[in-house]
Design a protein around this ligand. Structure first.
Ligand SMILES: [Zn+2]
Length: 256
């Protein structure tokens, strides 16, 4: 039994005891996911994280960049098989080339990202990748894994875990913050979902490869979201090339 299957089984025991669904399916890839965190809680945590970011980082007043991020973001969310998020797009005045999309639909792009994403299609690659993380509920999945490891496995042995104890586990997980580093599997998945979203929205998916080439040229200056658990740009580009024929076929139908 794979660890994911085992976690799903153990988590189902926990979930049944508190009436929650545990296993879901990621969009585009169809990967089996363990999601224990209730969606409304993830959305609340996303809103909280966004408030914290906004209190620390000034919003950019550059009209051209704001318009571009808004335009690209709207095109991507229109074709994403998203939860009914209330999407919003903010450009932050910050020279590190970073971007994020939080549970609930708050999307942020730093001004520094435009040093790497040099065209609108390359920006679409960034935003589509981040939106893919949000739509596939990768933050909730990471937290759920922790919840399962801390509580679910114990429950499998002692079926009398109460909802109160479960809430306690959730609260502990919440203190870790909603912006946990993603796993390599999740990164690969966000790349795959991202290029499919780009293609559906009428952006040339090959711009994703160009974006990673730009990052590779930048060397050590990769942003945190794109750094910690992320595969090297070379591996990433190889994988993107493998899924490119499928993405190009979709792009040719949706090209503007
Ligand atoms: Zn990522």
């Amino acid at each position: 039994m794979t660890s994911q299957r085992y976690l799903c089984t153990a988590a189902t025991v926990l979930a049944v005891s508190i009436s929650l669904t545990a296993c879901e399916t990621a969009p585009v890839t169809g990967r089996n996911q363990l999601i224990l965190l209730p969606e409304d809680q993830a959305v609340a945590m996303g809103a909280d994280a966004f408030r914290q970011i906004r209190s620390k980082t000034p919003v950019s007043k550059d009209t051209r960049l704001n318009r571009m991020v808004e335009r690209v973001g709207r095109r991507i969310v229109k074709v994403a098989q998203g939860p009914g998020y209330n999407w919003s797009f903010t450009v932050f005045q910050d020279e590190s080339p970073n971007a994020f999309a939080l549970p609930g639909g708050k999307v942020g792009v730093n001004t520094g990202m435009f040093k790497v994403a040099k065209t609108e299609s390359q920006l679409a690659a960034v935003i589509a990748h981040e939106i893919a993380h949000a739509v596939a509920r990768h933050s909730s999945e990471r937290l759920s894994r922790q919840i399962a490891l801390q509580g679910g496995l114990a429950v499998a042995g002692a079926a009398s875990q109460t909802a109160a104890q479960y809430s306690q586990i959730l609260a502990q997980a919440a203190t870790l913050g909603v912006v946990l580093p993603f796993t390599r599997t999740q990164e690969a998945e966000a790349d795959e979902i991202g290029v499919i979203y780009m293609a559906r929205a009428g952006y040339d998916p090959r711009a994703a490869i160009k974006l990673w080439q730009n990052f590779a040229r930048q060397g050590g200056d990769r942003p945190p979201e794109f750094l910690s658990t992320h595969p090297s740009p070379d591996n990433r580009i190889k994988r993107l090339q493998q899924i490119m024929p499928k993405a190009l076929e979709i792009y040719r139908r949706n090209r503007r």
